[in-house]
Design a protein around this ligand. Sequence first.
Ligand SMILES: Cc1cc2nc3c(=O)[nH]c(=O)nc-3n(C[C@H](O)[C@H](O)[C@H](O)COP(=O)(O)OP(=O)(O)OC[C@H]3O[C@@H](n4cnc5c(N)ncnc54)[C@H](O)[C@@H]3O)c2cc1C
Length: 438
Amino acid sequence: MPKAIWVVGGGLAGAEAAWQAANAGYDVILYEMRPERMTPAHTTPLLGELVCSNSLKANNLENASGLLKEELRRLGSLLMTVAEETKVPAGGALAVDRQRFAAGITARISEHPRIKVVRTEISSIPSDQPAVVATGPLTSPLLSAWLQQLFGEEYFYFFDAVAPIVTRESLDFKRIFAASRYGRGEAEYLNCPMNEEEYTLFWENLTAAEVHQSHLGAAEKRFFEGCMPVEVLAARGKDTLRYGPLKPVGLTDPATGKRPYAVVQLRPENREKTLYNMVGFQTNLRWGEQKRVFRMIPGLAEAEFVRYGVMHRNSFINTPKLLTNALQWKGGWPLFFAGQLIGVEGYVESIAAGLLAGKNIVRFLEGKAPLVFPRETAMGALFHHIINAEIRHFQPMNINFGLFPPLKVKIKEKLKKNRAIAERALNSLENYLRNEEK
Ligand SMILES: Cc1cc2nc3c(=O)[nH]c(=O)nc-3n(C[C@H](O)[C@H](O)[C@H](O)COP(=O)(O)OP(=O)(O)OC[C@H]3O[C@@H](n4cnc5c(N)ncnc54)[C@H](O)[C@@H]3O)c2cc1C
C-alpha cells in the first residue's frame, strides 16, 4: 500500500494538486491551517479562497492568461471547472462569485473518497514523505523557518521588490542603444538616453504620480530601505536619480556621440531576450501611473508592460536553483512544490503549478518520466521560464506572450500574432498529450 501523499496548503495550488493526485488513484491528506490559524489575507476557512480580486483575468485566446486557462481545461483542472460553474458576467474576463467558487472547491475536495482534509498547521515534513508544498505567498512563519533551514536562508525570500518588465518587441529601437557601461563585456543592456528637457519632464511626473498606500509593517519597511522605490529616490531631489540608477557615466549615445543627461537601463529578463527589466525601477506607483509615467522614457512610448513593479510581502523559493522541471526538490525525496511559493505570480498560474505538481508527484511514485510540456504551450513557456531563469536575479513571473518562442513567420498585427501563438500552443499540447497516451 503506497503512503498517502501530503498536500500542504489548501489554497488554489494545493486544492488542484490534491485533486490531480487523488484522481490518479492515490490517497491524499490535504493539510490546511485555516481556520485554526489564519493568514493576513484570508478571511474564511474555505479551500481555494481568492484573497483579493474575483477575476481570473482574460478568457480569450488572444491573451496569454486566456490561453493558459484553456490548456488547464484540457488538462482536467478542477478549479477551472468550478470557475466555469460559478462565473459572473465580466466582459472578456473570467470572474467568479468568490463565495460560490471557494465553497464549490471545498465541497468537491471534501467529498472526494481519496482526499482527507486535516485542519492543522504543518511546521515540517518528515523526510521521505511524498508531499506537495503549496503554502503560498503567506506561508506560515513556522513552515517558512523550516524551508529556510532545508534550503539555506539565501534561497527563501519573504518580499518582492520588482521593477516593471517590458517586451522587447514593443521598444522603439530608433531611440534606444545597446551598450554596457565603459564598453565592458557584452552589450547586454539596452539604454534609453534622456536629454535635460526629457529628464525634467519625467522627473516632475514621477514625483507627482499616485502611489499605492503601503501595507508594509515595520520589518518590511526595514527590508525595503536597501531597495528604495524609484519614486521615493526621485523625491529626494531632482538629481538623485541621475547619480543613482539613471546615471549616464560610461555610456555614449551613438546618435549624438555624447554622454546623455540621464539613462534608463533595461536588462534582459530571460535568456531569449524577449523581455527586459527596468533596472532600479522597483516601485509602489499605481499600475496606471507606471504605464503613463514610464512611457515618457525615450524608447518606451509604446512599451508593453507584462509585469508592473510591486513591493509586497511574498514568500517564494529560488526555483531555478532548487527544483527540477518536474517541480520536485533536487535534494532527493519526493518533495514537490506548487503555487506562488515557486515564483509564479497570479491565481491561474498558481492553479497551473498545482496541476503540474499533482500530476508529477504521481508519475514520480509510479516511476514514470515527469510531464514537461512543450515550450510552445503556455504551461511549457511559464514553467520553462521559472525553472531556467537566472538564479541570481530570480523574480516571480506571470504568464505572458513574451515567454513563448517566436513564431517562424513574422506577423505584425498583435491580435493575429497572439492568435497564431495560441493555435500553435493548443496543437502542440494535443500532440504532446496524444504521444503521452501511447
Ligand atoms: C494580498 C494578496 C492579494 C493578491 N491578489 C491577487 C489578485 O487579485 N489576482 C491574482 O491573480 N493574484 C493575486 N495574488 C497572488 C496569488 O495569485 C494568490 O496569492 C494565490 O492565492 C496564490 O495561490 P497559492 O495556492 O500559491 O497560495 P494560497 O491561495 O495563499 O494558498 C496557500 C494556503 O496554504 C495555507 N498555509 C500556509 N501555511 C501553512 C502551513 N504551515 N500549514 C498548513 N497550511 C498552510 C494558507 O492558509 C492557504 O490556504 C495576491 C496575493 C496576496 C498575498
